[in-house]
Design a protein around this ligand. Sequence first.
Ligand code: DLL
Length: 432
Amino acid sequence: MIFNEKIECLDPQDLKKIQSQRLCHIVDYVYQKSPVFKKKFDEAKIAPGSVKSIEDIVRLPFTVKDDLRENYPFGIFSSSMKDIREIHISSGTTGNPTVVGYSKEDLDLWADVIARSLCCAGALPGDIIQIAYGYGLFTGGLGLHYGSLLLGLTVIPCSSGQTKRQLKIMQDFKPRILACTPSYALYMAETARELGLDPKKSHWQIGILGAEPWSEAMRQNIEERWDIQAIDIYGLSEIIGPGVACECHCKKGLHIFSDVFYPEVIDPVTLKPVGPSGRGELVITSLTKVGMPLIRYRTRDIVTIDCEKCVCGRTSARISKVLGRTDDMIVVRGINVFPSQIEEVLLNIEGTQPHYQIVVEREKGLDQLEVLVELKESFFSDEVKKLQNFEHHVAKEIESVLGIGVKVRLVEPKTIERSEGKSKRIIDKRSL
Ligand code: DLL
């Protein structure tokens, strides 16, 4: 399987037909198989037979993370456990984790959408891929693994961590593709420099980076450091893991595999669809899954969507890079703040590093936002006045984007904790 024109370049009307058929089937299926969906549909007074086309999707009830948690561990599955072949857990949760189950058909689908993603990113059968996403309960490692095998790549299943060993493997085995989180790609560049290696001379040509929000400025930074094409891959465990959407070489949005994952973008407050190109929360319906299909799952990820055909020929809708999360968004003095806004500013200021942390505190009833920013070694100075002026400059730049006052604290290089997986950008002390 390389580029499957029949699927990737479907006529929009034909795509709609497929989506409609699949929606009718999946609605009926979950109603029969999952007591959780039966209850939801009954409460919303939706008879599965009344769903006739993809346009009817807006009448269906949403599914949210709490539906999975409340039915922990396997209550929301549509298959019986004897047909579940693999289980994963979504990262970053508190309380009961979010458990996801895959049937044999789902594992095949997962491999397929990852192979489509890799193909989108420019991978070719015979390429060697170094997978530095974590293997285990996190979906990153194994997801990339299955899809790489299907596409005919040679897999080096490094998992995350052991950075020096990663770099040695990169030098010795000469993989053309790297797959890891963007923050880990940065961390590895830093470590390479410390070891006296020139990251620009790496063998990697393509980075398949995702699992956490990263800005365009961060992309540029990674591309320059490693001299690679940094491609964004998106997904979430509840829907399948990585492989829900991926950029092609045009890097003009992530192609969502909408013949199997139907996307909608809604206003998270009114829950109504936003207009074309409007910004809102991504909602996904898995149209063909067997083990744990979800109907109208609210991802909490904020995106825009573009339905125009791409220059690469693919006709599927494209989502923007994730612009933030409704639950990563911090509301400071009534203003919505996303880490990506601050990241974009920092990466455009000469002298700062793409390592930062946002600390929110409440002092005497008033929210205070502090941004810890790492300076480049060469910008560090003994002159207090010089540093203060720089802090002031960075603060002004951030303020002009956010519209609220912030405090900036410059910290020495390497003081902010590095991440081998997903990075932690926000420390909200208000809720502690
Ligand atoms: O992070 C799946 C994945 C693994 C995607 C490897 C890409 C590569 P979860 O651990 O369930 O699954 O986390 C899902 O991570 O709702 C987003 O908030 C965030 N996320 C995933 N990919 C991106 C991305 C995996 N490319 C949550 N850009 C999602 C921004 C992303 N955020």
